[in-house]
Design a protein around this ligand. Structure first.
Ligand code: FE2
Length: 290
């Protein structure tokens, strides 16, 4: 049985709503996912317990809890508080890794040949209280948000709509990894695609597509499968190169304006990493922050 219903030709540049088959999987019960949250390295669990609105900054709101005490409280009171719990690096868990790999392997078969050597694979879990908000944000990865429990309204904006987020805001996000400049403005709301999610619904979101969510009258659970194709990582690299060029006082053309210029900028990033390696004697990973 397949884990996700993909159309024949899967286009990673489009937001698309699909169906998945994870909701009835034994690892997807709220109890199993709560146990995962309590078992993984506490640095991989971030939470916020309290009111949040669309304009909240997830980088600042979500905190890690080394003692796991606030996490236990949030999990115990999930149905009557306003908590949001994010478990990342799920692929590092021995119990969940095979399921994450199986899902991604299934998706890879539908990608164009040159996009199948994925740069990054992982998954994250989101547990949220009833009537609680996930503020406006973007992610670096391509995301399959698989909805598992409860009703959720998801708003997604096009990753190409610069009236929602500017080139500069995305450059800062991809270079620094913070949401400092990813700011929600009420006037962008009509430009969102609004999707009502029930268990079994999945939404694919391209890298850099802004999104936010509001849960309905029940605890909600979502399982996001995350990856980067070579193509999405090239986009990330080009934003990072533009950020550096802007820091040098230049005014680079937007990402996607000229594929040849974008490729040159990425070559520049590779050269810069080699230079840092030579200067520091330290080996850097491909696509590491500079
Ligand atoms: Fe997200």
């Amino acid at each position: 049985m397949s884990l996700v219903d993909l159309p024949g030709a899967f286009d990673t540049s489009r937001i698309v709503k699909l169906r998945h088959q994870l909701a009835s999987h034994p690892l997807m019960t709220t109890e199993s996912l709560a146990a995962l949250a309590l078992r993984v390295d506490p640095r991989n669990v971030r939470l916020h317990d309290g009111e949040r609105d669309l304009s909240g900054n997830m980088s600042e709101l979500l905190i890690s809890d080394p003692t796991r005490q606030s996490l236990r409280n949030a999990l115990d009171n999930l149905d009557r508080s306003k908590a949001f719990i994010q478990v990342s690096n799920v692929r590092s868990d021995l119990l969940y890794a095979p399921l994450v790999e199986a899902f991604i392997d299934e998706v890879v078969r539908y990608l164009p040949g040159q996009q199948r050597e994925l740069v990054h694979r992982d998954a994250a879990v989101y547990l949220a209280s009833p009537e609680s908000m996930t503020p406006f944000h973007v992610d670096q990865e391509e995301t399959f948000l698989c909805h598992i429990r409860g009703p959720k309204t998801l708003w997604v904006w096009s990753h190409l709509d610069r009236s929602v987020l500017s080139e500069r805001a995305l450059e800062t996000f991809f270079r620094e990894g913070t949401l400092r400049e990813i700011v929600y403005r009420p006037e962008v709301q009509p430009r969102a695609k609004e999707l009502e999610l029930q268990p079994g619904d999945a939404v694919f979101m391209p890298t850099g597509a802004p999104h936010a969510a509001m849960t309905g009258a029940d605890v909600t659970v979502s399982f996001s499968v995350l990856f980067n194709t070579p193509g999405s990582m090239e986009t990330v690299e080009t934003f990072r190169a533009n950020h550096l060029l802007r820091r040098l006082g230049l005014n680079p053309p937007p990402v996607g304006h000229s594929p040849m210029q974008d490729a040159l900028k990425r070559h520049g990033m590779v050269a810069l990493r080699r230079l840092v390696e030579l200067a520091t004697g330290r080996k850097l990973e491909a696509y590491s922050f500079l």
